[in-house]
Design a protein around this ligand. Structure first.
Ligand code: FES
Length: 320
C-alpha cells in the first residue's frame, strides 16, 4: 500500500469521549458511501503535520453496514511522536484527511463455536464493529472490558446497547480485575479468544491461553505498536543508492518514504509483515519492536520491519 491508494474524507464529527480519547466521524467530502469493510478492520490516516507526514493506524469502530461514514477513536498518547497530538489538537470539523482503504487483520473466525472478546482501554474500538456483526449472528460471545476508571470508559452506552448482558466491565479504580485464568479454563471447546489492549494484557492472555491448552489457531490479538523513539542512525538503501538519515523521533519507514522510496505496508504497527525488508549488512544492533518476526528471525538479523524497528549502529545497509 502507498499513498496513491488513499482517498480523501472530511471530518464531520468530533466528540471528546474520555479525558484522553476523541471520537472522530469521517465521511466522503461530496456525500455518498465509503468502501466496505468488516469488523476488526483498521485504516491508516495520513496527516500532513508541520514539516512531516504522520501515517497512523486506527481501528474502525462504526457498524460495517453503515458506509456513509467511518468512526475511529484516537487516544492522546503522551509519548506520541506527533500523530495523536495532530488528531487531537489540529483536526477540526470540516478538516480533510487522507485515509487508506480498510484492511482487516483482526477478523472473527468463521468456524468458532463461541467468541471470547477481551479489551483494555482504547483496545475496545475494534470490538465495537464486531458487536454490530455479532448481534446478527447465532454464535454466542462475551465481552470483557477493563478500564482505568469510569471516567476513562469510552463508548459505554453504545457497548451496553450492543452487547447487553454479554458485556462485563472492570474498573481498576474499584479494584476489579479480569480473572484470566478462570475465564480461559472454563470455555467450551471450539471457543476463540480475541484480545486488544495494553501490551502486558495481551502477553498475559496469550501466555495463559497457551498454558491452558488453547491452540494458537484459536488465540487472536491486535496490538499496533507506535514506533518508539531511539538514537539517530543512517541507513543505506542499496538498490536505490540512497542514504537516509533516521532522526530519533522518526521511524525508519517514515525516513525511507521521505527520501522518495516506497515500501509496501498495511498496518504500520509491526503486525502484518508487509514492510519486511532484507538487511544486507549491519555494523551494530537491530532494535526489533515488531510482533511479526519470530525470535529466531530476530536473532538471525537478516530482516527488519521498518515501520516500528530501528537500529543502534554505525551503518545499516538495506535491500531497497
Ligand atoms: S507495515 Fe505491517 S509490519 Fe510493518
Amino acid at each position: 500500500m502507498n499513498d496513491a491508494q488513499t482517498f480523501a474524507v472530511e471530518v464531520i464529527g468530533i466528540e471528546q469521549v474520555t479525558p484522553l480519547i476523541k471520537h472522530f466521524t469521517l465521511a466522503p467530502p461530496g456525500g455518498g458511501t465509503l468502501p466496505a469493510f468488516s469488523g476488526g478492520s483498521h485504516i491508516i490516516v495520513v496527516m500532513q503535520g508541520a514539516g512531516r507526514v504522520h501515517r497512523n493506524p486506527y481501528s474502525l469502530l462504526s457498524a460495517p453496514h453503515a458506509l456513509e461514514s467511518y468512526e475511529i477513536g484516537v487516544r492522546r498518547m503522551e509519548e506520541s511522536r506527533g500523530g495523536s497530538h495532530f488528531m487531537h489538537d489540529t483536526v477540526r470539523i470540516g478538516s480533510r484527511l487522507e485515509i487508506a482503504h480498510p484492511v482487516n487483520l483482526f477478523g472473527l473466525d468463521k468456524i468458532a463455536r463461541k467468541h471470547l472478546l477481551i479489551a483494555g482501554g482504547i483496545g475496545i474500538t475494534p470490538f465495537l464493529a464486531h458487536l454490530e456483526d455479532l448481534r446478527a449472528a447465532a454464535v454466542p460471545y462475551e465481552l470483557h472490558y477493563s478500564v482505568r476508571s469510569p471516567e476513562h470508559a469510552a463508548f459505554i452506552e453504545r457497548l451496553r446497547r450492543l452487547a447487553g448482558d454479554q458485556l462485563r466491565i472492570y474498573f481498576d479504580s474499584e479494584a476489579q480485575a479480569i480473572d484470566f485464568e478462570a475465564l480461559l479454563t472454563t470455555q467450551p471447546l471450539g471457543t476463540h479468544v480475541y484480545v486488544c489492549g495494553p501490551a502486558g494484557m495481551i502477553k498475559h492472555v496469550i501466555a495463559t491461553a497457551r498454558s491452558s491448552g488453547w491452540p494458537d489457531s484459536h488465540i487472536h490479538w491486535e496490538q499496533f505498536s507506535a514506533p518508539p523513539v531511539g538514537d539517530a542512525f543512517d541507513a543505506f538503501l542499496a538498490r536505490s543508492n540512497v542514504t537516509v538519515h533516521v532522526p530519533p523521533d522518526r521511524s525508519l519507514l517514515e525516513s525511507i518514504e521521505a527520501a522518495g522510496v516506497e515500501v509496501p505496508y498495511l498496518c504500520r504497527g509491526g503486525v502484518c509483515g508487509f514492510c519486511r525488508t532484507r538487511v544486507v549488512d549491519v555494523d551494530g544492533e537491530l532494535i526489533h519492536n515488531d510482533h511479526f518476526l519470530s525470535d529466531a528471525d530476530k536473532d538471525r538479523g537478516q530482516s527488519i520491519m521498518p515501520c516500528v524497528s530501528r537500529a543502534r549502529c554505525r551503518s545499516l545497509v538495506l535491500d531497497l
